[in-house]
Design a protein around this ligand. Structure first.
Ligand code: PMT
Length: 405
């Protein structure tokens, strides 16, 4: 999670009485780490699971439990707390609190606060699977959503009661990401983006191959940033050890030929193509069916060129807005601008392999028709946001979003 993504945001996190309340402590910590000012409201049942002291320590703010809290001189805690809040997040939300919200009850601080709010409400249900599947809960969740609340989860899995099924609260990292996404500006709303990331692996025999040390971190960070900015993202990824970013559709492939097929399967109608993958330029002309045995003699591999996926996409009659990456070991300006022209791209992200290949940080320069735009050395997550900002500006000028987007 990038630091400062929630800088300047005020969030009310409400914790109700479920076993998942222990996960709310981590959620509060993550939201605070992302820069938010967090105020915790704890219901009486919630306080049976985790004490206010924990939330006070993690949020750095007093915890609110009582509608009649004497700390508020005008006795208006239910209004003051959410007055300038960006959102109220209820995590965990029990079946009981959901039912009470749906009926507009206002008999404690949390329900009164929700009824009196003007900010968005995000709800992360957590309950036993039979409670979740009960027609009353199904009905209540539908009503809550139609009243405008954003329902996050639940997930399926092992439950505290020993059963397995739907009803687990989403993990704190997933919830934090959902809050970030909800509050992020959406300059790419209505755009569909196809991207490649990671290395390719070109088989020599069943156990060996030609590959490179691309980790996929730059591409995955960019896919996440695009999704947060409101784009629909199709990521085609070579082999990496990374988790697929939240809200991104991902097709895993191995070789350059598979990557090209997977891109072609989704490229029609895309608004943008971004080639972050370090695609092998060559592959063995044929992979041996059986493991090559050591003979003691030298071994010569015969290589044939791989297709250039980015160049092929840019040459399509219905070519989307094309963004290439240029990974060089020297003369970055010269090679990157060369790629911008030769592949007829609208934008190139240039980096030196010694700065960015396999690392967590990178130093990049953006190239477009207006020239070069260097960015300071930073984490790939932060740089991904900067790339999205630049891309969104160019895209808006070149291809205004379709109406309704
Ligand atoms: O994955 P990480 O460890 O985070 O590292 C990130 C990165 C260094 C891999 C990334 O920032 C980067 O620079 N990616 C492009 C690497 C590369 O292959 O550059 P290139 O200059 O060889 O290729 C130029 C462009 O053509 C790239 O957009 C590439 O995806 C594309 N290409 C290249 C060859 C090919 N056969 N098909 C392609 O689509």
């Amino acid at each position: 999670m990038t630091m400062n993504l929630l800088e300047g945001r005020k969030l009310v996190v409400a914790v109700t009485g479920g076993v998942a309340a222990y996960k709310a402590a981590e959620l509060v910590r993550l939201l605070g780490k992302a820069g938010a000012q967090v105020h915790v409201v704890l219901t009486r049942a919630g306080a049976r699971f985790v004490t206010p002291v924990t939330f006070q320590a993690l949020s750095g703010n007093p915890v609110w439990e009582d509608l009649w809290d004497a700390r508020v001189p005008n006795n208006m805690a239910h209004i003051d707390l959410s007055r300038d809040a960006d959102a109220i997040v209820i995590a965990p939300a029990t079946a009981d609190v959901i039912a009470r919200l749906v009926h507009g009850l206002a008999d404690d601080l949390l329900t009164t606060l929700c009824l009196a709010r003007t900010c968005p409400l995000l709800v992360a249900p957590a309950m036993n699977r039979q409670m979740w599947e009960h027609p009353a809960t199904r009905r209540n969740i539908g009503l809550l959503a139609s009243d405008g609340a954003l329902v996050l989860g639940p997930d399926a899995g092992d439950q505290a009661c020993g059963e397995t099924g739907m009803g687990r609260m989403l993990e704190p990292e997933t919830l934090c990401e959902a809050v970030v996404r909800f509050l992020s500006p959406k300059p790419l709303a209505g755009r569909r983006i196809v991207m490649t990331a990671g290395p390719t692996f070109e088989a020599i025999d069943p156990v060996r191959g030609i590959t490179n040390i691309s980790s996929g971190k730059m591409g995955y960070a960019l896919a996440l940033a695009c999704a947060r900015a409101g784009a629909e993202v199709d990521l085609v990824s070579g082999p990496t050890g990374l988790a697929v970013p939240e809200g991104v559709r991902c097709t895993m492939v191995r070789s350059a030929l598979q990557m090209r097929d997977a891109v072609n399967a989704v490229i029609t109608g895309a608004d943008v193509f971004i080639g972050v993958a370090a695609v092998a330029d060559y592959r063995p002309d044929q992979a041996e069916e059986h493991k090559i045995k050591k003979t003691g003699d030298g071994l010569t591999l015969s290589l044939v060129p791989n297709p250039d996926i980015l160049a092929e996409v840019a040459a399509r009659p219905d070519a989307p807005f094309c963004v290439g990456f240029a990974a060089e070991s020297r003369d970055l300006d010269q090679y990157a601008t060369g790629k911008l022209r030769a592949k007829r791209l609208q934008m190139v992200v240039g980096n030196l392999v010694q700065d960015g290949l396999g690392t967590d940080d990178n130093r990049i320069v953006l190239y477009d028709a207006d020239g070069r735009h260097p960015l300071p050395h930073a984490s790939k997550a932060l740089l991904a946001d900067k790339i999205v900002e630049h891309l969104a500006g160019l895209l808006a000028a070149a291809r205004p979003a379709r109406s309704g987007a």
